[in-house]
Design a protein around this ligand. Structure first.
Ligand code: TXA
Ligand code: MG
Length: 344
């Protein structure tokens, strides 16, 4: 299949958006930008189209898709929102928050992988918004990568993974957040984080009171047991071909450890301030300023892909903390490192 590739210039190219919407309405697959990562979209009411999404990605059939809406209220057509959903929507939508709710029959089993719940997200990216509005239906979309590889944060990443396997790629530039949305489950008023993201536990607590974090988010052994509340947690996710060496140390000790143990051609993620301390025979992956974790989050997946493009055998990364936005980085990195942490 030929994959059409278009630059939409921020969601204002109505003709291209119209063409993409038409492909979605006819059961086709369109990759589009969101503020988190690129998504691979299809009509959420079309089970056959959802199966094509699983096939294009090579995604395990038991991992459900997120359904994207143009307005938070649109979720009422296919889910059963609670009052807490409305409160959260008012505060955080459109934006990088996904809420798991009881589903209505109109959503096919192919989309939810047979679950009786459906995940709802209202993206803030203007291209994503225009596409969903123009298609006139909710859009089911996982991240637009081949299953198991790092999520795409540029249209070129999507092209590398899915050219020839999908109908169209809309290029809206690099994603501003760079890590997938926060996924939460609501049980009445109780809120549990299934996947951490840019909407942090601390932010959710301002609306929900106490917020719990599913054990598998931070505990590597829970990941290995496979006993997880969200199917996506049990897969080896976010992983490049290079071996990720996750090192628990302060910045100085981390740099010393890398200098002593890395082989020529290995890659190292480091703060911009620390770049001069990296050996010249290593691939240096700059991750923004040391005190701005959101810059590192935005660059993480592109950095992992660069390490692979440059055939690094190892990528050294300093283990992030588990508060605020760092929890999302931590959660992705322990999976990329297959739960191994090197303590210094
Ligand atoms: O930021 C994002 O969320 C991106 C963009 C494209 O919106 N999408 C994304 O989708 O990351 P995906 O499919 O790569 O990840 C969806 C996650 C998976 O971990 C999946 O298991 C979980 O959401 N999920 C989806 N439906 C669920 C449900 N009904 N119950 C529990 N977890 C669910
Ligand atoms: Mg994904």
């Amino acid at each position: 299949m030929e994959t059409l590739f278009y630059n939409v210039g921020g969601g204002h190219d109505n003709q291209m958006i119209g063409r993409a919407a038409h492909i979605i309405m006819r059961g086709g697959l369109v990759a589009f930008p969101t503020e988190t990562v690129y998504g691979l979209g299809c009509n959420a009411y079309d089970g056959e189209a959802a199966l094509r999404v699983f096939k294009a990605k090579g995604r395990p059939a038991d991992n459900p898709l997120i359904v994207h809406v143009a307005e938070p209220h649109d979720a009422y057509a296919f889910a059963e929102p609670t009052p807490m959903y409305d409160k959260l929507a008012e505060r955080f939508m459109p934006g990088p928050l996904t809420v798991v709710l009881p589903k209505k029959e109109i959503i096919p089993d192919e989309v939810t992988a047979g679950n009786d719940t459906v995940a709802v997200r209202c993206p803030s990216d203007p291209t994503a918004h225009a596409l969903i509005k123009s298609a006139g239906c909710p859009i089911a979309a996982p991240s637009a990568n081949r299953s198991g590889s790092p999520s795409p944060t540029t249209a070129d990443h999507v092209f590398d993974d899915l050219d020839g396997r999908i109908d169209m790629i809309l290029d809206g530039g690099p994603c501003t957040i760079g890590l997938e949305s926060t996924v939460i489950k609501l049980d009445g008023e109780n809120c549990t984080i299934l996947r951490p993201g840019a909407i942090t536990k601390e932010m959710l607590e301002e609306v929900c009171g106490t917020v719990s974090v599913a054990k598998a988010v931070i505990d590597p052994s829970a990941v290995k047991d496979g006993n997880v509340p969200s199917p996506g947690m049990k897969y080896k996710h976010y992983a490049p071909r290079a071996e990720v060496v996750l090192v628990s140390a302060d910045r100085e000790k981390f740099l010393a450890y890398v200098s002593e143990t890395a082989s020529s051609g290995d890659a190292v993620m480091c703060a911009e301030e620390d770049m001069p301390a990296v050996r010249s025979d290593l691939i240096c992956l700059p991750m923004g300023h040391a005190d701005r974790p959101e810059e590192a989050s935005q660059r993480l997946y592109a950095a992992l892909r660069t390490a692979d493009d440059r055939r690094a055998a190892h990528v050294f990364v300093r283990k992030p903390g588990t508060d605020g936005v760092e929890l999302a980085m931590y959660n992705r990195l322990i999976r990329a490192a297959e739960c191994k942490i090197t303590e210094i």
